[in-house]
Ligand binder design. Structure first.
Ligand code: PLP
Length: 455
């Protein structure tokens, strides 16, 4: 790309180090600079329109110009632009939102702790779990288990929970007490002739073997996304969550549901836990809680978590944890308005209906020679690209085929995400069936035109 001197692109390259970007190729290629948004679309500086098939980062549920969110933020900025919740201080928006989240929760929850990002929220859960184990007089119970392909964030501890090589490599991670068990990826990890149920049983047995090997009284918690997002949109195989939960119950291990992507309608129900009958002790929410108009996250916990934590803070004299902006009044006001709009407009039911349409339309692509699998639930999906359907393999460079697809889609006005040759589709909840049809048409065109280039 030719970058004009002093252009936005040139200044971006000169001054910004980007997350999830190859810093060297970026110097050659420059950024795509987005200027404004409208519904499910964003526009670049030249006015070119893109369908945001990833809702930003799986997060802009209400689309890119919801005025009511802007007005809610403005009203709160005028009334009280900042206050904190440290040292027994509080404010209306945080109180209203905590009450709302407990009311919405898929299983009985007791308290909400506010944080600013998914990573921070998962970090917080890890710290609270250690605090709880100490409170219970079980200082040896500090190990936690997550899964290969999981995505729980990028702080030192939450990146350790994440089960993706690029989040560990050269960062000297994962931390020692964070263990990984097999992913629920039936398409890639299922054995020939194995049913989904048998695969789920195998994964539960592997989890149990890990727990027994490590010592059940050393394991504090299991973390899981109801549907894995950044690891490739991996939908759990039939009976998976039932079997995993049986194992956790047997050994009295806490379950933490990371609803950062699934929460607030993405799977066609309010929470991924509702879709898969998951009964967690703690729930992490972020992203779609404010449609990403404001950085915000929260940890919901039940009394099994809260009571020992309260005792320990009483023993020490204070709960020594908290973030300056946690529960920010503007973020809380935006979240409350966002949740109100989701309810008023029936967007969870809309996501179920439009999501079913999207899943059906995308599955029409399954017969294409480059498509190994189309998977997903509700308004989240992935198209796994392969060059060899029998062996389920893409090119020797992982991500290469998906990279071509994502680039061609972007050229044709669709922003998607390539996750190791799986193209993720996770549009704003507000999309219409017509917009989905248009999207599927563009993807089909790219796949046809790719046949020559990818082979
Ligand atoms: N958990 C899940 C399931 C996520 O998808 C993400 C981000 O994509 C995170 C946690 C981390 O959130 P953040 O990027 O806000 O730290």
């Amino acid at each position: 790309m030719t970058m004009l001197p002093n252009s936005q692109e040139a200044r971006d390259v000169a001054y910004q180090l980007h997350p999830y970007t190859n810093a060297r190729t970026h110097q050659q290629n420059g950024p795509l600079v987005i200027e404004r948004g409208e519904g499910p679309y964003v526009f670049d500086a030249a006015g070119k329109r893109y369908f945001e098939a990833m809702a930003g980062l799986w997060s802009v549920g209400l689309g890119f110009n919801e005025k009511r969110l802007v007005e809610a933020a403005y009203r709160q900025m005028q009334a009280l632009p900042f206050y904190h919740v440290f040292s027994a201080k509080s404010h209306g928006p945080s109180i209203d939102l905590a009450e709302k989240l407990v009311a919405l929760a898929p299983v009985p929850m007791s308290k909400v702790f506010f944080t600013n990002s998914g990573s921070e929220a998962n970090d917080t859960v890890l710290k609270l779990i250690a605090y709880r184990s100490n409170a219970l007089g079980q200082p040896q119970r500090k190990k936690v288990i997550s899964r290969i392909r999981a995505y729980h964030g990028v702080t030192i501890a939450s990146a350790s929970l994440t089960g993706l090589p690029n989040n560990h490599r050269s960062f000297d991670l994962p931390l020692p007490n964070i263990l990984h068990t097999g992913s629920p990826h039936f398409y890639k990890d299922g054995q020939p002739g194995e049913s989904e149920e048998a695969f789920a049983t195998r994964r539960a047995e592997e989890l149990e073997a890990l727990i027994v090997r490590e010592g059940p009284d050393t394991i504090a918690a299991f973390f899981g996304e109801p549907v894995m997002g950044a690891g490739g949109v991996i939908v759990p195989p039939a009976t998976y969550w039932d079997k995993i939960q049986q194992v956790l119950k047997k050994y009295d291990i806490l379950l933490v549901a990371d609803e950062v992507i699934c929460g607030f309608g993405r799977t066609g129900k309010m929470f991924g836990c509702d879709t898969y009958n998951i009964k967690p002790d703690a729930i992490v929410v972020s992203k779609q809680i404010t449609s990403s108009y404001f950085p915000f996250s929260a940890v919901l916990m039940n009394d099994r978590m809260f009571e020992p934590i309260a005792d320990e803070s009483n023993k020490i004299g204070v709960l020594g944890h908290g973030y300056t902006a946690g529960g920010h009044p503007v973020g809380a006001a935006v979240a409350l308005e966002n949740l109100k709009i989701i309810e008023e407009r029936g967007l969870v039911a809309h996501a179920a209906e439009t999501g079913a349409h999207m899943q059906a339309r995308l599955r029409e692509l399954s017969g294409h020679p480059l498509v190994g699998e189309v998977r997903g639930v509700g308004m989240i999906a992935a198209i796994e690209l392969v060059l060899d359907k029998q062996r389920k393999t893409a090119a020797s460079t992982p991500g290469g085929v998906g990279g071509i697809a994502a680039r061609m889609l972007q050229e044709r006005g669709v922003i998607s995400r390539n996750m190791l040759d799986a193209i993720a589709i996770c549009p704003p909840l507000i999309v219409t069936k017509g917009q989905i049809d248009e999207l599927v048409g563009t993807i089909a065109g790219v796949l046809d035109d790719m046949k020559g280039e990818a082979a």
